[in-house]
Structures are given as C-alpha cells and as structure tokens.
Design a protein around this ligand. Sequence first.
Ligand code: FPP
Length: 242
Amino acid sequence: MAKAKQPPIPAEMLPKHIAFIMDGNGRWAKKRGLPRSAGHIEGAKNFKKIVRYCKDIGIENITFYAFSTENWKRPEDEVHTIMNLMREYLVEVRKYFTENTRMIILGDKGAFEPDLRKSFEDLEADTLKYQEMNMGLAVNYGSRDELTHACRALAQQVKEGKLQPEDITEDMINGQLYTKDMPDVDLLIRPGGEYRISNYLLWQSAYAELYFCDTLWPDFSKKELDAALIEFAKRNRRFGGL
Ligand code: FPP
C-alpha cells in the first residue's frame, strides 16, 4: 500500500517494531519553570505526533512506555495527570487513529480504576481486526512483571499435567507476553539523556538496536526519528552470527 509519507530510508529497511521510552517530560517542564504535569501534557501531544508519523511512513509495530509498574510511587497529582491524559486519549483515539490500527495494552490492567480499565479493554476489543499497524501502549508495565506472569501461566499448565517442563520452548514463553502478536523489537529509542532500558521489553529487545539521545521527549521530533532510522539502517545486525 502507498505510504502517506516517504520514509527517510528504503521501506524494506524500516524496523518492523520500534519501541519508545518517553523520558524527560519532568525536566522539560522544570527547564521552563512549569509543574511536572505540564511536561506530561506536552509529552502526550508529542506522542500523538510521533504515532501519526510512524503510521504515515509505514512502521508496522510501535510500542510506547507510558507508565511503569514503578511509576505509582510518584506524587499523587502527577499520577492523576497521567491517568487523565490516558482517559482523554482513549476518547480521542476513537476519532482519529483507530483506522486500521490495532491497539494493544501492555501491562496489568487490573490496577487501574474501573472506568479506565474498561476503556482499555474496549479499545483493544474494538480494534482487534485492524491490521495496518499495531500500536502498543505500555501502562502499569514492567518487563519482569510480564515475565513473572508468563512463568506462572506455564507453571499452571505443568501443574494441571498439560505440559512437561522440558517441553517449554521460547515460543511458548513469547506466547504468554503482552506482545505475543508483535515481532521482536528492532529499534529501541530512548530520548532524555539516560542510557538504560528501565525494565522495558527486556525479552523482546534481546537483539534490538539501541538509540539514545539527549533531547527531552516533548521535543523529540519527526526529524530526530528520521535520524534514528538512518542510524538504524547503517547498523550491521548479526543476531549472534558473523
Ligand atoms: C518519563 O518522563 C515519562 C513518564 C513517566 C510518563 C509518560 C507519559 C506520557 C507522555 C503521557 C501518557 C499519555 C498518553 C496519552 C500516552 P519523566 O517524568 O521521568 O521525566 P524526567 O526524567 O525528566 O523527570
């Protein structure tokens, strides 16, 4: 299918899955003398811009780290702002992006207030049939938590006598993850000047190319994404071979 925008690298070289860590919202706000919440509001705006751009250039799978299992420890008003941004987005997304975009929530939805949980579930169910792009939103997500759930689910099958421990394969573990319908991460992008993965998609990123930059997330532009894609295209991916 013709793409709305020409990607900066040949389409066949595009990563099949880009994972974003949206870091630096708080510092963006602080630099401007604004409350941290203002940084998240600006970060959410940028998130929508980058999702749209990824769709336009033909990226098939994208995932965004919006809220980690550890982020509940933040001040109540900050958590409240992020939850409300999600609420707004869940309404807005129905009008704009869902065309042929499947929304997948990565994370344990059980911790959210009932209205938010239901909105997440409805959005997933209502977009299940869309195939042009998978858009993963990681909320109350932690990779170790995800892998713990996967272990429990397989252990349960062993307990019930449906599975032998020695028959457990990597594919079976993969099949228990929130990303089970997505390919592995090819490119992981973290703006915000920190050089770590912070418990994000650890299994899925085993062979991902990592791209770090100092720009704070609200300022991370389409141009910077182009630069990351150009860098990605230059990398020599060997997946453990020669
Ligand atoms: C990290 O920056 C960012 C977060 C913990 C939250 C990200 C959430 C959003 C961008 C809004 C989500 C809403 C939607 C609609 C997806 P930080 O606060 O840790 O920044 P800092 O390192 O500068 O303090």
